[in-house]
Design a protein around this ligand. Structure first.
Ligand SMILES: Cc1cc2nc3c(=O)[nH]c(=O)nc-3n(C[C@H](O)[C@H](O)[C@H](O)COP(=O)(O)OP(=O)(O)OC[C@H]3O[C@@H](n4cnc5c(N)ncnc54)[C@H](O)[C@@H]3O)c2cc1C
Length: 430
């Protein structure tokens, strides 16, 4: 079954690349990050070309929950440990992204709705208070909320007003129509600044990699700097009409939002390739909380998790020139993609962007997660099996909930017959 978004929006189609062309800017990957970057660059008078391996928004963007908010869990009490400047830059970049959506959505029919957002806790009022304190320090507005419209007890929530939710594919469909896109045109190799597909090539002055997990392994150490985390969503009829968008502060907690008459319940998360709650956990929660509800849609997807909870936006690596990326959204790629597109469009036009240095993929970030990612890869190489990921050779695990072969190291996924579903692997199983 495809997601609610795919079932209720018709995306435009684009041709396959069948020639060798030149472009001032090439964007590889037609999810929200690629589309928004191209759209903003076009707004500023440039002529970007997008190469997409399948259909646009066929990856995580088509399988999201599409809350647009600068409130990403309890992130500010975490970021402020690095310094108020970092937390403030993150807040401002994401706040501006939210406002840019508000501005664009005035002219795009995408069911954009202003909503309050709540990050709740079931057991720690202290964490809620720490987040409110961090918001106060950086000059952001947040209030304590209790008696929430959720079907279980909480100790309270951080509430931020005037956030938003939308239909991501109605939005993407509109902006894509203005762009020069080639679909079914997977980039299989980079030869200098020329991207090669099976049927053509694009030679570009600047290349931006928005393939979700960057697929060029030679530079940037993304196999150590990223891993992928999977989440599940079910859409319920006769669930509940909530007064806002809700998310548990715990990594594996539940997410709630409405879309028209449906309640979208998200959760069941786990590192890709590992075991987790998946649909089983979500369906049990739905039965407990909304016994009269019926499931209308279900879908799952994964996102790239960075080392320090902030995306990687900017030059692909210290040693590369005219090669950029936009990734590591930590499940917040709606505002992440927009703030990334705003930063990159400034960088490509030679303008200074006040947030660029905070999001640079080459920033210093020695965290415990880098060792965990390294250890996971080592285990993957040593684990005895014949099914190995073509990306870097890790052992694949069978995912019974979705009948796929998944890589616990970097999150590539394959169908039973070996067709690649998610990168960084850039081709099928042999
Ligand atoms: C279940 C779930 C719920 C979420 N909910 C929210 C939310 O409420 N709010 C929020 O802010 N964020 C949310 N996110 C995160 C957000 O959806 C993602 O961060 C965002 O969609 C990522 O967009 P992207 O363009 O980077 O990736 P994608 O949408 O995956 O796009 C990448 C594209 O690159 C293409 N590609 C890959 N390799 C190649 C190649 N070699 N050549 C050409 N093309 C290639 C792929 O086919 C794909 O279309 C959620 C994520 C999940 C998993």
């Amino acid at each position: 079954m495809s997601s609610l978004w795919h079932e209720t929006a018709a995306l435009p189609s684009f041709p396959t690349l069948h020639e060798n062309i030149k472009a001032d800017i090439l964007i590889i990957g037609g999810g929200l990050a690629g589309l928004l970057t191209a759209y903003l660059l076009k707004e500023k008078g440039l002529s970007p070309v997008i190469l997409e391996s399948g259909k646009i928004c066929g990856g995580t963007t088509g399988n999201t929950t599409a809350k647009i908010t600068f409130q990403h869990g309890l992130i500010y009490s975490d970021l402020i440990k690095k310094g108020a400047e970092t937390a403030k830059a993150y807040y401002e970049a994401n706040r501006q992204a939210l406002e840019k959506y508000r501005e664009l959505s005035k002219n795009i029919k995408c069911d954009f709705e202003t909503k309050d957002n709540y990050i709740y806790s079931t057991d720690s009022r202290q964490k809620i208070e720490a987040e409110l304190n961090a918001l106060r320090i950086i000059g952001a507005k947040g209030t304590f909320a209790e008696n929430l419209s959720l079907p279980f007890d909480t100790v309270g929530a951080v509430k931020t007003e005037s956030q938003a939710q939308f239909h991501p594919l109605l939005f993407a469909s509109h902006i894509a129509k203005a762009l020069r896109i080639y679909e079914n045109s997977r980039v299989i190799e980079m030869k200098g600044n020329t991207a090669v597909t099976e049927t053509g090539s694009v030679k570009a002055e600047n290349v931006i990699v928005t393939t979700h997990f960057p697929f060029i392994n030679k530079h940037g150490l993304y196999s150590l700097k990223l891993y992928q985390h999977r989440s599940y969503v079910i859409a319920l009829e006769n669930g509940a009409e909530l007064d806002g968008m809700y998310l548990d502060e715990k990594e594996n907690g539940l997410s709630f939002r409405n879309y028209r008459n449906l309640l979208l319940l998200g959760g069941g998360d786990h590192r890709t390739g590992k075991k987790g709650g998946n649909y089983t956990e979500l369906r049990q929660k739905a039965k407990d909380f909304y016994p009269k509800a019926q499931e209308k849609f279900h879908w799952a997807a994964q996102d790239c998790m960075s080392l320090d909870s902030m995306p990687y936006i900017g030059s692909y690596s210290k040693s590369t020139h005219n090669l950029y990326t936009l990734t590591g959204f930590n499940k917040w790629g709606m505002t992440g993609a927009m703030s990334g597109a705003l930063i990159l469009s400034d960088l490509l036009l030679g303008k200074t962007n006040p947030y660029a240095e905070f999001f640079s993929p080459s920033r210093s970030m020695l965290t415990g997660q880098i060792f965990l990612n390294g250890a996971e890869s080592l285990l993957g190489y040593l684990y005895p099996t014949v099914k190995r990921c073509p990306h870097l050779g890790c052992a694949l695990r069978y995912n019974k909930a979705e009948h796929s072969w998944d890589c616990p190291c970097h999150g590539s996924r394959f169908t039973k017959s070996g067709r690649v579903i998610n990168g960084p692997a850039n081709g099928n199983l042999k």
